[in-house]
Design a protein around this ligand. Structure first.
Ligand code: HEM
Length: 556
């Protein structure tokens, strides 16, 4: 008896101890699995339902912008915090809050977060693109150099290039569609347009064939890297333990893409060096920097600037312009096309003048309205590029600490009914126009400074927006003057502002494929105009001939 009595308290003590150890272990496990870089921010609501380890990642799925927009509406708070694995992020959804965060706190949100896969593996050799660089002296220099190359005073230096590249779109559409007899997918022509523009700008190099192998390699690698930057495709950035899994496929793929990208970037720079040696180089950013011994930029910074410009435009412009053409080809869109054509003729009764001026100014209001609306409606970079605070942000009394990730839901802000009205989910260029068909500078939507958030805003806004607008304008004027664009019946465009995008997890939208029928406008209204397109093309060919003859391709 004595033995048993003395044993029982011993067992229960052990059990109690065991219980305590398990409780501590569970608590520690829970604590570790829910810990974040930045602790919970008091005063900013957190979306319920976060899980240990993954946080909100699983709930967010592939389409972060749409899910965050639905949380804004469900929980009636435009600004909230979420957990991406071990990273705390503040998400901003409404138009007014996005403006307040990006403009009102622009010095505080000037930084960008660094991610394990993109920064640690993919960018380990050629440096960070401007859009992914944390804010430091090097980023400042790179942003300044890009700002100079892409600023308004520089635009006139690129007129020949705009002329040539937009001529090539129409030239090849005429050829490949048998002047409208065959339905055609326009995206490849616009991809070449965007890529050739930035390649010329950076390296003085272009490719004439839509399916050039180098061109397709740049597009393929760039798109694959864009996927690896997205949170939903890359959990290891937010759940560090995944990085140590054996046979890590993400790391292998990242290294492979990095090597493929290095190969073409080196080939491009080598070609520029060779052209400088032979005296055949064209004026371009890399030649200017390579020749200028005084420059403060390092070799990696030069590569990084060029990489930023090439990757800045090659998906955003095709995403916006292709989807815009999709909307214009629908029965409602055809009415917008006719009005745009009429407006073009109001300024340039002779279509040849419209072609000649299309790259020199942007004065046709209806075309400008279409461009604004395409950028707003199809927010190709739905969650913009992530920001990070460098100093504390006081937000309605709450303190968002330095080093917090800030995510701007540009798609939600661009479709905010409180700002754009109840038809925010409709493609309507006319919302930017007054009743007399001009863009009203005094209207709230235009005068508020920010018209939409597709180019971001504030201290790290898109450096390429001026050139992007000009590229969209030139191509649209020439296309609308040449053809009535009509959606294919077999393969029509998807014009839903969310569902048009086939890869919702990618950083930049890739529109679903569609085809259009191109109906030549030549002589449609006036028999005397028969042959106008041919004359416009011939003039453009002659104007760009010299530029064209000297064109330099490159192979890898
Ligand atoms: C329709 C076309 C384009 C769209 C929708 C677009 C969109 C964006 C967005 C959303 C950002 C992030 C802004 C922010 O954080 O506030 C950005 C940054 C940037 N974009 Fe664009 N972009 C376009 C075209 C271009 C082009 C053509 C270039 C270069 C030739 C370019 C170069 C850049 C650069 C260098 C940055 C980084 C700015 C920084 O971090 O300081 N973009 N762009």
């Amino acid at each position: 008896m004595f033995g048993q009595e003395s044993l029982l308290p011993g067992i229960s003590n052990q059990l109690a101890l065991g219980g305590i150890v398990i409780a501590i272990a569970l608590y520690t496990l829970y604590h570790i699995s829910t810990a974040t870089d930045i602790p919970y921010i008091k005063g900013i609501p957190e979306i319920p339902g976060a899980l240990p380890v993954t946080g909100h990642l699983l709930q967010l799925g592939d389409d972060h912008a749409t899910i965050c927009e639905s949380w804004w509406r469900k929980y009636r708070t435009s600004v909230f915090q979420i957990r991406l694995g071990n990273t705390r992020a503040v998400v901003v959804n409404s138009f007014d809050d996005a403006k307040r965060m990006l403009i009102g706190h622009q010095s505080a949100v000037i930084d960008r977060p660094t991610l394990y896969t993109f920064h640690g593996i993919i960018s380990s050799t050629k440096g960070f693109t401007i859009g992914s660089s944390p804010w430091d002296e090097s980023c400042k220099n790179k942003r300044k150099a890009a700002g100079q190359a892409l600023g308004r005073p520089k635009l006139k230096d690129y007129f020949d290039m705009f002329d040539l590249e937009s001529y090539c779109i129409v030239r090849d559409l005429v050829r490949d569609s048998n002047n409208g007899a065959t339905e055609i997918s326009v995206r490849p022509y616009i991809q070449r347009y965007a890529l050739n523009t930035t390649l010329t700008l950076c390296y003085g190099i272009r490719m004439d064939h839509v399916y050039d192998s180098m061109l397709r390699e740049i597009l393929e690698v760039g798109s694959a890297i864009s996927l690896l930057r997205s949170a939903s495709e890359n959990y290891q950035d937010y759940i560090p333990i995944l990085r140590y899994l054996p046979n890590n496929e993400k790391n292998r793929r990242s290294r492979e893409l990095r090597d493929r990208r290095d190969k073409y970037l080196n080939a491009l720079l080598d070609q520029v060096r060779e052209m400088i040696k032979n005296g055949t180089n064209k004026p371009c950013i890399s030649a200017a920097i390579l020749k200028d011994q005084e420059t403060k930029l390092t070799g990696v910074e030069v590569s990084s600037i060029c990489l930023s410009l090439v990757s800045g435009g090659f998906e955003t412009i095709p995403g916006t312009l292709t989807s815009c053409i999709g909307s214009l080809s629908t029965p409602e869109g055809q009415i917008f096309q006719e009005k745009a054509y009429k407006d073009i003729k109001r300024f340039y009764p002779d279509v040849r003048d419209a072609w000649r001026n299309s790259f020199q100014d942007e004065k046709i209001p209806y075309v400008n309205a279409i461009i604004k609306e395409a950028a707003r409606y199809y927010t190709v970079s739905a969650m913009s590029l992530p920001r990070k605070t460098v100093s504390e942000v006081i937000w309605d009394g709450a303190k968002i600490p330095a080093k917090t990730m800030i995510l701007i839901n540009a798609q939600a802000a661009n479709h905010d009914v409180d700002h754009f009205g109840l038809d925010a989910a409709t493609f309507n260029p006319e919302q930017w126009l007054t009743s007399d068909g001009t863009i009203d500078p005094a209207s709230e939507k235009v005068s508020s400074g920010i018209q939409h958030f597709s180019f971001g805003a504030g201290s790290r806004a898109c450096s390429g927006q001026l050139i992007a607008s000009r590229l969209l304008y030139t191509a649209l004027v020439r296309l609308i003057c040449s053809y009535r664009i009509v959606a294919s019946e077999e393969q029509p465009p998807n014009t839903d502002y969310v569902d048009y995008n086939q890869f919702k997890s990618a950083l930049v939208a890739i529109p679903r494929d569609f085809k259009v029928k191109l109906i030549p406008r030549d002589g449609m209204d006036n028999a005397s105009e028969i042959g106008t397109l041919e004359r416009c093309l011939e003039e453009a060919r002659m104007r760009t001939e010299d530029y064209y003859k000297e064109e330099q391709g490159v192979s890898i």
